[in-house]
Ligand binder design. Structure first.
Ligand SMILES: [Zn+2]
Length: 264
């Protein structure tokens, strides 16, 4: 009886041992699988992070490109203000340019948008005792500018100089057709179109007051290199009061001022 009991105990103990070993093995297996899963998750998340980094850097590049495009567009930005239209040897008017004109006396015309300010300015000069003032030249059609330019060249050619020299001398004071502000209708020449004008009361008055009527001396002596035109005391261009004031404050000619506006 005792023997039988012992036998049963032995068998049970053996079974227990086997069972515990099985459990141990299972736990080790589960532990290993768990560690593997954690590793796998870590590796995958690292990979995703890397991919995301690549994506962000390409996004930044794209954004930079967009930004650059905006900046360059801003640089090329057109100044839409009609008062600031730039006409010079680098910016000629199209052949078919046709401003809306109005007569300021029997023969002379200007762009109708400046006629009022021009006549107010001349009246103010007269009111302050300057009677010796008149508009010698205002709007010129491109056709008329052609005649003026060619006549001047022919005049020079009579002195027996070369055509190149005649053209050079002519272009110092007469712009090529389409390259003159007179073709625009926004500029006038006063009195005899002569250097003596700088010694006149009228010139002094204009220097102090023309900006109040929106006019500027378009070709100052110290800006010859930029405007490409000799010092012209008699040539006054309308740009509007606020631009005239700003240009004086910045000491800029129209070419410089337009560049300044494009950048700011
Ligand atoms: Zn002029």
């Amino acid at each position: 009886m005792e023997n039988k009991k012992n036998n049963i105990r032995n068998v049970l103990e053996k079974r227990n041992k086997k069972y515990r070993r099985k459990i141990k093995l299972r736990m080790i297996l589960i532990l290993l699988i768990g560690i593997s899963i954690i590793f796998l998750v870590l590796i995958l998340s690292k990979k995703e992070e890397k991919e995301q980094n690549i994506e962000t850097s390409s996004n930044v590049e794209e954004e930079n490109q967009v930004l650059e495009a905006v900046i360059s567009k801003k640089k090329e930005r057109k100044i839409d203000d009609w008062r600031l239209v730039l006409v010079n040897s680098k910016n000629p008017l199209p052949e078919n340019f046709n401003p809306e004109l109005v007569y300021i006396d029997k023969t002379r015309q200007v762009d109708k948008r400046i006629a009022n300010e021009l006549s107010k300015m001349i009246q103010a000069m007269r009111n302050s005792g300057i009677n010796n003032i008149w508009v010698q030249s205002a709007y010129r059609s491109i056709e008329y500018q052609k005649d003026l330019y060619n006549n001047k060249i022919n005049e020079y050619l009579q002195y027996g100089i070369s055509i190149e020299e005649a053209e050079r001398l002519t272009s110092e004071y007469i712009n090529k057709p389409g390259e003159s502000e007179h073709n625009l209708g926004l500029a006038v020449d006063f009195n005899n179109v002569n250097d003596d004008f700088k010694n006149s009361k009228a010139f002094k008055w204009l220097g102090e007051n023309a900006k109040d009527y929106g006019f500027i001396m378009r070709y100052p002596e110290e800006k010859k290199e930029i405007t490409g035109v000799e010092y012209e005391t008699w040539h006054w261009r309308y740009v509007g009061k606020e631009h005239a004031y700003k240009m004086e404050e910045l000491e800029m000619c129209l070419e410089e001022y337009i560049e300044y506006l494009k950048k700011n």
